[in-house]
Design a protein around this ligand. Sequence first.
Ligand code: UN1
Length: 479
Amino acid sequence: MHQNFIGGEWVQGARTSRNINPSDTRDVIGEYAQADAAQARQAIAAAHAAQAAWGVSTPQQRFDVLDAAGSEILARKAELGDLLAREEGKTLPEAIGEVVRAGNIFKFFAGEALRAAGDLLASVRPGVGVEVTREPVGVVGLITPWNFPIAIPAWKIAPALAHGNTVVFKPADLVPGSAWALADILSRSGLPAGVFNLVMGRGSEVGAVLLDDTRVNAISFTGSVPTGQRVAAACVARMAKFQLEMGGKNPFVVLDDADLNVAVGAAVNSGFFSTGQRCTASSRVIVTEGIHDRFVAAMAEKMKTLKVDDARKAGTDIGPVVDEKQLAQNLEYVGIGKNEGARLVAGGEAIPTNVDGQPGFFMAPALFSETTPGMRINTEEIFGPVVSVQRAKNYDEALHLANDTPFGLASGIATTSLKHATHFKRHAQAGMVMVNLPTAGVDYHVPFGGRKGSSYGPREQGRYAAEFFTTVKTAYTQA
Ligand code: UN1
């Protein structure tokens, strides 16, 4: 039994939930505690009580904790990666890569704790000095999705602690294993009791308490648009600080002058790897006339070589969809695309068992061509391995189509033209722009986030994380 971690103690939940392997639904990974509202409030009380002391802890204390956690994560990357692949369904190399990313994030923020600095200015008044410093926000509630079970928790928890906040962490229901493993590591990292708390449980109970309890000063959320809107409404109602990372309908533009291999490689990676379950995935590929047919044919060829199988098996390119509900939604969108008149070039069907007869949520990645901008498969986030190709007359039309979306997380282009690459970097309406690279798979030390309907609030990761996890103070002193 995997328990919740509150006030420095492991505690039973009100209920338990079962963690299932999507590559083999007969495989039960474990039983995990589920908190109720009362237990969520206990975690908030513990974080609240621990905040004053942790808020004035030394940079060295914070460095030691974060560095120790980062070292343990990196040392156990094979084992933690295996657990992640088993519960979430991304392939083992992807899962190990994610664990390494999480370890590196802890190392980065260990350094950030030491580098915390402010500004010293002369006042406009004689004899007066001005100091600008950053202080912790207080108690932060962190609500994370299932698709990056360790990296997203890491990129919220590490900066929160580095900047002196205390944490109540609510991971996604579908992936408690990685969250619990991370909590176990943090429980042994030298943190004072109550600074970090894990409350596994339902969004409707634990999440709701985090949103409404006035002792929680800030919420950082990654997940769906409708839930993000609920987070925003609840936080505005009580003037809590919030940061949202939500959906995407990221475009990838392929121009006539692109290197075809680079374009296909990037489109396959960002469309289908991690089973398309990344908010940075590109689900709309916008291709100019001169290369369109060659590109679609090359994508279809490449897709024939992709092995859909158990996430932990050597040679698997694409693991299962995370659960039955998500699989049903993906298949529904394939049907919607066909009904809308798009041409299904490849894939799109469920694969009930893998070659070894394991029952799992497998699906052949789907490619649509001859799609138009208004189709639902081009406007709604599917969050699965479904990619649609749109034709564009030229670069200008491609850029227009790329930007013609309520989302704005990532935007990519394949081109060998310096002129178009430069123009695209400047005019893509997105928080992140990739040239000749997949839109998904980002560095851990630079800002992450989007604009328009994809994100709200300050950027995550890197030095920019301080914007959310601190509050600025301006102090005046008359000498
Ligand atoms: C990546 O593409 O490397 O939920 C990261 C997501 C994003 C993270 C993507 N917040 O998919």
